[in-house]
Design a protein around this ligand. Structure first.
Ligand SMILES: Cc1ncc(COP(=O)(O)O)c(C=O)c1O
Length: 382
C-alpha cells in the first residue's frame, strides 16, 4: 500500500460548474475573498505568527476585532468564541452549564448532534415531540409540558435547546415563545442556529437566546470545520471560564480552537455574509416560488406552509413510482440529475429528499425545475 500512493497527489472533486442543491453545502460555499484567504493561510498553524496567548487575542490577522467586536455586534450577544462547529458549541454549553445526570429539553426535530452532545455530557434528554407530517411542527407550549414531565419524574432540568430552523424540514419555531417558557422555568435557552446564523438576520437578544451557536461551514461561507458560540455575559463567564492550570487558556475551548485557514475564510467572507443576511426576504420568496413549481410537478413540500426557509423537504411518490421500473432503480434520480450537471440529492433517494435554493439564481433554479420536469415526463410510471 505505501509504495503506491500517487493517486493521493492530485485529488479532484469533480463538481466544478455544477449546480449544487445540497442544503448542507449551499451556505458554506466560499466567497472569492475566502478562496484567496485559504491559499494565503493554508499552512498548519498559520494564525499563530503573532500569538499572544489565546486565539481571540490575536491582532495580526485581526481575529481579536472579529471575535470580540464584529461577531458580538452581528449576533447581538455579549460574548462570542470560535468553535469547530455547531455541535461543539452545543456540547460546550451543555458541558459547562449542566451537571451529569441532569436533563436537557430539546425539540423533536433537533439534530442528532444535540443528542450526542447531551449523551457525551452525561445528560438525559426530554424531547418536545413534533406533530405528524406534513407539518412536523413543534409547538412552543410543548416545552412547558416537557419540563413538567421531566420534573414530575424528579429529574433536575438544566437547560433547553431549540433548533432554529431544524435541519430536516426548515421549520422555524417561535423562539421568543420558547424563551419565555424557559425564563419562567429558570432555564437557559440555547438556540442552534446552524441553518440560520449567516443566512438570515439573527439577534440572540431578539430571539431570547441565552446561548447561540452557528455553523461556519453550513451557513457562513467558511471552510470547515468551524462554528461560533455566543452567550450572555452571565453564562459566558461559565462557558468560557479559564483553566486553573493554564490561566491564559479557556478550558471548554481546550485553549485555542481554529488554528489555521478556517477562521480566515470566515473573516474574509464576513462582509458578504453580513450583506446577504439583509437580503433574506428574497431568499424566502425564491424558496416559496421554487416549492410551488415543484408541487406543480407532483412533489409535496413538507414542513411549514408557507415555507420560511431555503431548506426544503419534499415527498415524491411520483419519482418513487418511476424508480420501480427505471434503469438503475432508485439511483435513477441521482444519475439523471448528474447527467444535467445538478448534484446534491443523495444517491438512492426518490421518495423523499431535501434540497436548498439558497443563493441560487432564478435561472439556475429554472434549470433544476426543467430537469425535474423532463425526468418526470420522460419516464413511464410503474
Ligand atoms: C440543524 C443542525 N444542527 C447542527 C448541525 C451540525 O453542524 P456542525 O457540522 O457545524 O456541527 C447540523 C448539520 O447538518 C444541522 O443540520
Amino acid at each position: 500500500m505505501l509504495d503506491n500512493l500517487d493517486h493521493f497527489k492530485c485529488l479532484k472533486r469533480g463538481t466544478a460548474g455544477a449546480i449544487n442543491i445540497d442544503p448542507l453545502q449551499r451556505g458554506g460555499i466560499l466567497t472569492p475573498e475566502a478562496r484567496e484567504a485559504i491559499l494565503e493561510w493554508a499552512d498548519g498553524y498559520s494564525v499563530c505568527d503573532y500569538c499572544t496567548g489565546s486565539l481571540e487575542e490575536i491582532q495580526t490577522p485581526p481575529i481579536k476585532e472579529f471575535v470580540r467586536e464584529a461577531l458580538p455586534q452581528f449576533l447581538e450577544v455579549d460574548e462570542v468564541r470560535i468553535s469547530h462547529g455547531a455541535r461543539e458549541g452545543i456540547f460546550a454549553a451543555m458541558h459547562a452549564l449542566c451537571q451529569g445526570g441532569e436533563t436537557v429539553i430539546a425539540d423533536g426535530n433537533a439534530h442528532y448532534t444535540t443528542l450526542l452532545a447531551a449523551e457525551l455530557a452525561g445528560l438525559k434528554v426530554e424531547l418536545v415531540p413534533a406533530s405528524e407530517g406534513p407539518g412536523y411542527r413543534v409547538d412552543p407550549g410543548g416545552y412547558q409540558e416537557a419540563i413538567s414531565r421531566a420534573r414530575g419524574r424528579g429529574e433536575r432540568v438544566a437547560m433547553a435547546v431549540l433548533t432554529y430552523p431544524d435541519g430536516n424540514y426548515g421549520n422555524l419555531v417561535d423562539p421568543k415563545a420558547v424563551s419565555e417558557i424557559c425564563t419562567d422555568a429558570g432555564l437557559p435557552l440555547a438556540v442552534n442556529g446552524a441553518y440560520s446564523v449567516g443566512r438570515m438576520p439573527v439577534s440572540a437578544k431578539s430571539l431570547g437566546a441565552d446561548v447561540i451557536v452557528g455553523s461556519g461551514h453550513k451557513s457562513m461561507a467558511s471552510s470547515g470545520p468551524i462554528g461560533i458560540i455566543g452567550a450572555t455575559e452571565e453564562l459566558a463567564t461559565r462557558i468560557f471560564r479559564r483553566s486553573k492550570l493554564v490561566p491564559k487558556k479557556e478550558l471548554e475551548m481546550l485553549g485555542c480552537t481554529l488554528r489555521g485557514a478556517g477562521i480566515l475564510t470566515m473573516m474574509a467572507s464576513f462582509p458578504a455574509v453580513v450583506e446577504r443576511t439583509r437580503r433574506w426576504d428574497e431568499e424566502v420568496e425564491k424558496a416559496r416560488w421554487f416549492a410551488g413549481e415543484m408541487e406543480r410537478l407532483g412533489m409535496d413540500l413538507q414542513g411549514d406552509q408557507p415555507h420560511g426557509h431555503d431548506l426544503m423537504f419534499f415527498k415524491s411518490e411520483i419519482l418513487y413510482e418511476i424508480s420501480k421500473t427505471a434503469k438503475k432503480g432508485r439511483y435513477f434520480l441521482y444519475r439523471e440529475l448528474k447527467k444535467r450537471n445538478i448534484f446534491g440529492i443523495k444517491p438512492g433517494l426518490t421518495r423523499q429528499f431535501k434540497l436548498s435554493s439558497y443563493q441560487l439564481s432564478r435561472e439556475e433554479l429554472e434549470t433544476v425545475l426543467s430537469a425535474f420536469e423532463e425526468i418526470v415526463s420522460n419516464h413511464p410510471k410503474a
